[in-house]
Design a protein around this ligand. Structure first.
Ligand SMILES: NC(=O)c1ccc[n+]([C@@H]2O[C@H](COP(=O)([O-])OP(=O)(O)OC[C@H]3O[C@@H](n4cnc5c(N)ncnc54)[C@H](OP(=O)(O)O)[C@@H]3O)[C@@H](O)[C@H]2O)c1
Length: 435
């Protein structure tokens, strides 16, 4: 039987857009054999027609006029791979309203303005799919929405930014933060302006999308507390190593009694924990739920062909499930409250520089105890005229740790709070090593 012809358009023909077109050309036979569809790019929106492209488009495909896509009734499906908030937001709304399903790889747009996009798609009765917006080729959205539909996923732990994971693993090998960042740029793992990655904003947008899908309630970028890796030093990395741990930028989405907490921060991860073995530009997402206990998905979280593969998978899913398909576009079916800031609990690693004066240790321990932060391990290392206290606490609320550290910072002997990281470990905290 002849394959069904599906003319598609791309908004954007950069790293991902060109890779989508290349895949559709080079793998056309495979796609047709498996799906019975022949997807072909008939238009692709760009800014600059004269730019050199990785996989040049055939004559007449590239355009700078959005109307050539929006007003073309032949086009049945559009992939948005141009990025940015504006004019992308309006373009997608216009396409959805005109009945064209859309696939998007745009995490920031979804994490900031998802509500309007999904309600527009729902109203127009067309699909808006977004697998490529989180962890590129790792099919985590599909697993959450389809495979785990009856599972109450209550925690997600993720390494969802490859750039920062590469930087942190290079630092473990002895590089400084600056050296690791320039290596990441040299290999193409970091953009020339890496702010979105190193500040944690990229990971925060992805965690907002994952939490929305997993918990069924809208979580936006503004609801995610995030901190990046810019302040991680070689001293932090070697302190972690001494405790048989590694530093990772960890996204954590937690559901506690129908209230949620979503955050991204550097964390100390026990070497025996699965997240510790995620190295270089790789991503991993651990889903924990009632029926499944735990599922870990790991793989390349970025890259042109990896992202293109997720875009094409969504395109195939759309044409295989006409109309809105069996899924509602919007994963949200309820409105959950956010856990009050600081209530979430975790064990912590604290690094505190103090003057070496009698009684200082007692005063630090007293401030921690006053806020209910109980010390599990404490190691004191002498430095010039002072000491560094390495503290591992038992489970304590983020807010309690912040308040205790604020008071410790005000002690006259206190020099610097050099680190305060949550610890991720399956061993009992008191069993953690200290070389
Ligand atoms: N690259 C990855 O590894 C990766 C991974 C996951 C998700 N994503 C997401 O995928 C999307 C695309 O990423 P990318 O790396 O392919 O970006 P890119 O290489 O910068 O390509 C962007 C494309 O969009 C076009 N474009 C941008 N703004 C436009 C405008 N206002 N009007 C018309 N065309 C416009 C550009 O045109 P010109 O070529 O003429 O400049 C270019 O072709 C982003 O949302 C990104 O977050 C990327």
């Amino acid at each position: 039987m002849a394959p069904v012809d599906v003319p598609v358009a791309l908004l954007g023909y950069g790293t991902v857009g060109a890779a989508v077109n290349r895949f559709l050309h080079e793998n056309a036979d495979d796609i047709e054999r498996v799906t019975g569809y022949h997807l072909r790019v008939v238009k692709a929106l760009v800014r600059d027609l004269s730019k050199e492209r990785d996989f040049p488009a055939a004559a007449g495909i590239l355009t700078t006029e959005f109307a050539e896509i929006a007003d073309n009734s032949e086009i049945t499906l559009v992939a948005e791979v141009m990025g940015g908030l504006d004019p992308t937001h309006d373009y997608i709304l216009r396409l959805l309203r005109s009945g064209k399903p859309v696939v998007t790889a745009n995490k920031q747009l979804l994490a900031q303005r998802g509500a309007e996009l999904f309600s527009t798609a729902q109203g127009a009765g067309v699909q808006l799919r977004f697998e490529a917006s989180v962890c590129a080729a790792i099919p985590v959205i599909k697993v959450l929405r389809e495979s785990l539909v009856v599972t109450n996923v209550h925690q997600i732990l993720g390494i969802v930014n490859g750039t920062t994971n590469y930087i942190l693993t290079q630092m473990e090998l002895g590089a400084s933060y600056e050296e690791a960042l320039s290596e990441a740029k040299r290999h193409g793992y970091a953009e020339m302006d890496p702010t979105e990655d190193v500040s944690g904003a990229d990971a925060a947008a992805k965690m907002a999308i994952l939490a929305t899908v997993a918990f069924g309630s809208r979580v936006t970028l503004a609801d995610v507390q995030f901190e990046g890796v810019e302040h991680i030093t070689s001293a932090h990395v070697s302190a972690a190593k001494q405790m048989e741990m590694v530093i990772r930028l960890v996204g954590r989405a937690t559901l506690v009694d129908d209230r949620y907490d979503v955050r991204v921060s550097p964390a100390l991860v026990d070497r025996a924990h699965p997240l510790a073995s995620v190295e270089g530009p790789f991503n991993a997402v651990m889903l924990q739920g009632d029926a499944i206990r735990e599922i870990t998905l790991e793989g390349p979280g970025a890259g042109g062909i990896e992202t293109a593969s997720a875009v094409i998978a969504d395109m195939v899913s759309i044409i295989g499930t006409t109309g809105t398909g069996f899924l509602h576009n919007d994963a949200c079916w309820r409105t959950l409250d956010q856990l009050p800031a600081g209530e979430l609990c975790s064990p912590f690693y604290l690094q505190i520089a103090v003057d070496d004066r009698p009684g200082v240790l007692a005063r630090v321990a007293e401030r921690l105890a006053a806020h209910g932060v109980s010390v599990a391990r404490l190691v004191q290392a002498q430095i010039e005229g002072g000491a560094i206290l390495h503290v591992i606490s038992h489970e304590a609320a983020y807010g309690a740790v912040d308040s205790a550290l604020e008071e410790i910072g005000r002690l006259s002997e206190s020099r610097e709070i050099a680190a305060a990281f949550p610890v991720i470990s399956r061993r009992g905290i008191s069993e953690l090593g200290w070389a």
